[in-house]
Design a protein around this ligand. Sequence first.
Ligand SMILES: *[C@@H]1O[C@H](CO)[C@@H](O)[C@H](O)[C@H]1NC(C)=O
Ligand SMILES: *[C@@H]1O[C@H](CO)[C@@H](O)[C@H](O)[C@H]1NC(C)=O
Length: 334
Amino acid sequence: MKYGLIFILFWGHFSRAQSIHILTTGTKTSIRGLSVVDDQIIWVSGSNGKVGKSLDGGITWTWMTVNGFEKTDFRDIEAFDEKTAVIMGIAEPAYILKTFNGGESWKLVYTDSTKGIFLDAMDFFPDGRGVVIGDPINGRMYMARTIDNGSNWQRTDFNKLPEMADGEAFFASSGTNVRPLNYEEIVIVTSGKKSRMYLRGKLSDMPIIQGGESTGANSITIWNRGNKVEKVVVVGGDFGKDTLTLNNCFYSTNLGKTWVAPKVGPHGYRSCVEFIDKNTLITCGTSGVDISTDGAKTWQLITPKSFHVCRIAKAGSAVYLAGSNGTIAKLKLP
Ligand SMILES: *[C@@H]1O[C@H](CO)[C@@H](O)[C@H](O)[C@H]1NC(C)=O
Ligand SMILES: *[C@@H]1O[C@H](CO)[C@@H](O)[C@H](O)[C@H]1NC(C)=O
């Protein structure tokens, strides 16, 4: 009786915990692009020109190498369904490609060979509008926009974009430092010597760690009720010292007027953060994965395994993670 009770208590404890289940590993690519269409359709993109796709919730994977782009690092991907996706190749020249046939062939939809070009991330509104951001050129933020899910792109006039500080740029670590804030506006976080939030044409200061080349914000996530923003959460740190926890996460309930530090922050540098529901969040980085169940106030390490990106299904509830060595995993919630 006594032992039975102890067993039940332990079983209860473990069955309540969140855990990470590896779905595939070993493909020669470092994955930073992850787009989860629904609980079945998942696309990833990474280095060595690689794109991966699953149509059964991650049980089986198809890997492809984009023809003619075998050396390109595809740091971000946006998938619209099982046939249609856009991938972003970062630097000199920067490329955006789109497939309409599930990855059998890719159409080059944007090229920029400007010296110093480095694309960092893209994101889309449900109606087809989208934005890609890049490191500053001649001191100004780089941006291009689309209104048709990435079939055509138009570079934004540099004069309409803010000046960035010396050594301030973006990290191309998870495709989540630019996000739709609501139905109309986007929000971006910068990083490096300065790490700030871009909203409504202005850059505003954040308390996140900054000042070095590997410091700053990597990712922002937003919780909305209707078109009203209730909370934004930012993560980052120092990817050169990935177990450092100093000033690596802040949240705000007033769009960055004031920022609050968690009571217990994520356990190291984190490259991606995602709301799962109003109170539940996941964040991942090279030193592990943390979960919060109290709206970013406290974070619990659930694995020390390295992941670059974590995303929830756009139409669904499944949460996936991806990282180096072609590793893809699924989050199991209690
Ligand atoms: C963009 O893709 C979404 C699906 O993610 C679709 O509902 C929408 O109609 C598309 N819009 C355009 C302009 O292609
Ligand atoms: C990737 O694989 C290499 C060699 O097999 C190993 O040394 C490294 O630790 C792996 N990285 C991760 C994050 O699993």
